[in-house]
Ligand binder design. Structure first.
Ligand SMILES: [Zn+2]
Length: 457
C-alpha cells in the first residue's frame, strides 16, 4: 500500500472519482473504511469459498419485510395499456406450440446453475487464479468511493450501487478483459494459421454430452486441415475452456454471477443475442449486464446503440420467466419487430406455465415475495412505455410548434427534461466488422435492413 500521500494511492482507472469535493477527501474516507472492511471481506471470502454448505444464499436482504407491504398490491391495470394482454390463453396452432417448446427448453438454462457442485467448482477456479480476492477488493474499493460520493451530496443520499452490485461490476470487467476469449474463426490447431468457415458438421457423442448440438467447421488457409468449433452449452465445459461468442459468454458469465451469490437471469432475444440480468437488492430492480460488451445497466444499448430491431426479449431465472421486451425496446415504432410467434395472450400463458413449474417447490412466503416483485417490475416496465409515449408526444408538440414558425425550444421548454431519447450509445464492439455488418449491429453506420436469420450467437 502507498504511504500517506493521497496522490500516490493507486486507484484503478475505472473507479477514479470524477469530481473534486473541496475540503472533503474521498480517498481519506476510503482508507478509513479500508482497514475495517478488509477484515470483514476476508471472513466473507473464507466463508463463501470453503465452509459454504450448499448453494450460496441469494441475497434478498434489502427487500422490504413481508409485513411492511401489509396490504396486497392491486392487480396491475393491464387495460391501461394498449399492447398488454388481458387474458392468458393456451397455444392453439403449431407456431405457438413450437414457440412454447422453445421457451420451455430455454427456461432450463438458469436452472442448470442451481448446482452446488458446479458453483463450488466455479468459486474454486476464481480463487485458484487469484481473481476472487481481486474482485472483492475492487468491489470494496468502488463501493467506498460510491459511499463517499453519496455522503458528499447529503447525509441521506444513498450510494448509487452497493457492494454486491460492485462485486458483479468487478466480475464483469475481469471476465471481459482477462478471462473469456472471443472466437470468430478458431485458428488452425496444426499450424496456428487463420481458418475460413466451411459450414456445419454433425456433433459427435462427446460434443452432445457437453451440450454442443451445433458444431461449426473451418478449414485452415495454409495447411488445409479442418478445425471443428463445437458450440458448447454445458457450463462445466465452458468453465474449463472459456471461449466462444455471445452464447458461451452469457452462459458462463451468468453462472459466475450466481456463484458470487447474485440472483441472476439469463436473457434470451429472438433476434440472436443473449445476455444477463442481475438483481440489485440495493436498487430493488433487475439490472441489464452484457458481458460481451462490458455493459452495465444500459438496456437501450441494442436498439439505440447497435441499431438492432427486436421482437421478443424473455428473461429466465430459476424462479420463472418474464417478458422484458419493454425494458430493451423503448420505441417500438423504430426498433420493434412484429411479434408473430403467437398472440401475446398465449405468451402470457406460456410464461405463467414456466413460473408455475419453477415455483412449485417454493414456500407460500417466497411465492408471495416473488409475486410482489413481479408486480413491481410490471410497474417499472409499464413506466418505460409511458415515458416513450410522452417522449413521442413531446416530439409531436415540438414539430407542431416549429411548423407554426415559433422559435425552437430552448432549455427548460417542452423539449427538454424527461425525454431520454438523445443519449449516444456505442455500436457493438465484439465480433469482426464484417460479422457485425451482416447482423446489422454496427450502429448508425448501418442501414435499417436486418437479415431474417444470422449466424448463431
Ligand atoms: Zn493449418
Amino acid at each position: 500500500m502507498a504511504g500517506g500521500n493521497n496522490t500516490s494511492t493507486p486507484i484503478p482507472p475505472h473507479s477514479q472519482p470524477r469530481l473534486r469535493y473541496g475540503d472533503f477527501n474521498p480517498t481519506d474516507l476510503a482508507r478509513r473504511f479500508e482497514s475495517l472492511l478488509s477484515a470483514r471481506r476476508m471472513t466473507e471470502l473464507a466463508e463463501r469459498a470453503r465452509s459454504r454448505p450448499s448453494t450460496p444464499a441469494m441475497s434478498y436482504s434489502s427487500l422490504p419485510a413481508q409485513t411492511a407491504a401489509g396490504t396486497p398490491l392491486p392487480a396491475p391495470a393491464y387495460s391501461s395499456l394498449r399492447n398488454i394482454p388481458k387474458l392468458a390463453t393456451p397455444p392453439k396452432d403449431t407456431s405457438a406450440a413450437r414457440f412454447r417448446s422453445l421457451l420451455i427448453a430455454a427456461s432450463q438454462t438458469p436452472v442448470n446453475y442451481e448446482n452446488p457442485g458446479l458453483l463450488d467448482e466455479a468459486l474454486k477456479m476464481l480463487e485458484d487464479c487469484g481473481a476472487l480476492r481481486r474482485l472483492y477488493d475492487e468491489a470494496a474499493e468502488e463501493s467506498q468511493i460510491l459511499q463517499a460520493q453519496a455522503a458528499s451530496i447529503s447525509d441521506h443520499e444513498k450510494p448509487l450501487w452497493d457492494e454486491q452490485d460492485c462485486l458483479i461490476r468487478a466480475l464483469l470487467r475481469w471476465f471481459k478483459r482477462d478471462f473469456m476469449k472471443w472466437v470468430n474463426n478458431p485458428e488452425c490447431s496444426a499450424c496456428s494459421a487463420p481458418t475460413r468457415a466451411v459450414g456445419m458438421t454433425p456433433p459427435t457423442q462427446e460434443d452432445r454430452a457437453r451440450g454442443a448440438m451445433k458444431v461449426e467447421l473451418y478449414q485452415c488457409s495454409e495447411c488445409a486441415s479442418y478445425e471443428r468449433f463445437p458450440r458448447y452449452g454445458d457450463v462445466w465445459t465452458l468453465l474449463r475452456s472459456p471461449k466462444g461468442r455471445c452464447g458461451e459468454w452469457a452462459n458462463l458469465f451468468t453462472m459466475l454471477c450466481r456463484a458470487l451469490g447474485a440472483r441472476v437471469r439469463w436473457v434470451w432475444n429472438k433476434e440472436d443475442h443473449v445476455w444477463t440480468e442481475v438483481y440489485s437488492a440495493h436498487q430493488k430492480r433487475w439490472v441489464h449486464v452484457d458481458s460481451c460488451e462490458e455493459a452495465w445497466d444500459t438496456p437501450r444499448l441494442y436498439t439505440e446503440g447497435w441499431g438492432k430491431k427486436m421482437s421478443y426479449v424473455i428473461a429466465f431465472s430459476s424462479e420463472g420467466a418474464t417478458d422484458v421486451t419493454r425494458r430493451y425496446v423503448r420505441d417500438t415504432a423504430t426498433n420493434g419487430i412484429k411479434r408473430d410467434q403467437c398472440p401475446d395472450e398465449v405468451l402470457m400463458y406460456i410464461i405463467n406455465e414456466i413460473r408455475q413449474m419453477r415455483r412449485q417447490n417454493l414456500s407460500k412466503e417466497e411465492k408471495r415475495r416473488i409475486i410482489r416483485e413481479d408486480q413491481r417490475e410490471e410497474r417499472e416496465l409499464r413506466s418505460f412505455v409511458v415515458s416513450a409515449l410522452t417522449a413521442g408526444l413531446e416530439k409531436l408538440v415540438i414539430s407542431n410548434v416549429n411548423t407554426k414558425r415559433s422559435p425552437p425550444p430552448g432549455p427548460g421548454t417542452v423539449g427538454s427534461g424527461s425525454s431520454t431519447v438523445d443519449i449516444k450509445l456505442p455500436a457493438r464492439t465484439t465480433g469482426t466488422e464484417e460479422w457485425r455488418r451482416l447482423r446489422s449491429e454496427n450502429g448508425a453506420a448501418d442501414d435499417q435492413q436486418q437479415p431474417d436469420r444470422q449466424r448463431h450467437p
